[in-house]
Write a protein that binds this ligand. Structure first.
Ligand SMILES: *Cc1c(COP(=O)(O)O)cnc(C)c1O
Length: 235
């Protein structure tokens, strides 16, 4: 099977699983977007992923994303999903449509500055460490509301949603509880009316746990291995 065929087959399988999870949880397919995480695959495979109909591309490091973005950045919607170092902000803002890893004020300050210089509003998701795992980046849940208050000062940042990563190798119930926790935080943030717009997106769910994420309200799934594979072209 060639790479394009295999991508199409992966998409069919993932779509069937998404449809089942939507049916189980009474959700509509069009409430959910799939981000194809291409960090494990080459530029040619990323190009084929777009050709196969995937519209959202996720990358986690600028150094590795650069070649792909320079070739394909005008196609699809680009999501920066990895930890963002302050000195990389100048590369990412203005190129990526969404940044999923806003988790500290120093980073907000840099993003706001760069977005202001470009005359744009940067779409950001606040990354929250719901599970409390030490290895994970993201804001502790009990700091979210005060952090959000401080973000109001940044006119060039738009808070599109919240992002989390489930605990690694955890029981399904622990995974579910971290996703549910993120949804609760988003709902409470909206109830508080911190922003004069709705914070909508929940970026949660990866290859191993996306069905649970759908059941718990995910609007953006970040799918790498299950969707675009890991170096498909060598297999
Ligand atoms: C790599 C990565 C993903 C995708 O991982 P898979 O398990 O291969 O689906 C999702 N989110 C983030 C932040 C990642 O770094």
């Amino acid at each position: 099977m060639d790479v394009l065929e295999r991508l199409r087959e992966n998409i069919r399988r993932v779509e069937a699983r998404i449809a089942d999870a939507c049916a189980r949880s009474g959700r509509r397919r069009d409430e959910i977007q799939v981000i194809a995480v291409t960090k494990y695959v080459s530029l040619p495979t990323t190009r084929l992923a777009l050709e196969a109909g995937l519209k959202h591309i996720g990358e986690n490091r600028w150094q590795e994303a650069r070649e792909k973005w320079e070739a394909l950045g005008n196609q699809g919607t680009w999501h920066f999903i990895g930890t963002l170092q302050t000195n990389k902000v100048k590369d990412v803002v203005g190129r990526f449509d969404y940044i999923h890893s806003l988790d500290r004020l120093s980073l907000a300050r840099e993003i706001d500055k760069k977005a202001a210089a470009l005359g744009i509003r940067a779409n950001c998701l606040i990354q929250v460490n719901v599970s409390g795992e030490e290895s994970k980046h993201g804001l502790p849940p009990d700091e979210l509301f005060s952090f959000a208050e401080e973000l109001r000062a940044f006119a060039h940042i738009h808070v599109s949603g919240l992002m989390t990563m489930a605990p690694l190798e955890a029981e399904p119930e622990a995974i579910r509880s971290s996703f549910r926790g993120l949804r609760t935080l988003r709902d409470r943030l909206n109830e508080r009316g911190t922003f004069d717009y709705e914070v909508r997106e929940l970026s949660m769910g990866m290859s191993n746990d996306f069905e649970i994420a759908i059941e718990e309200g995910a609007t953006w799934l970040r799918l790498g291995s299950v969707l675009v594979g890991r170096e498909l072209e060598h297999s």
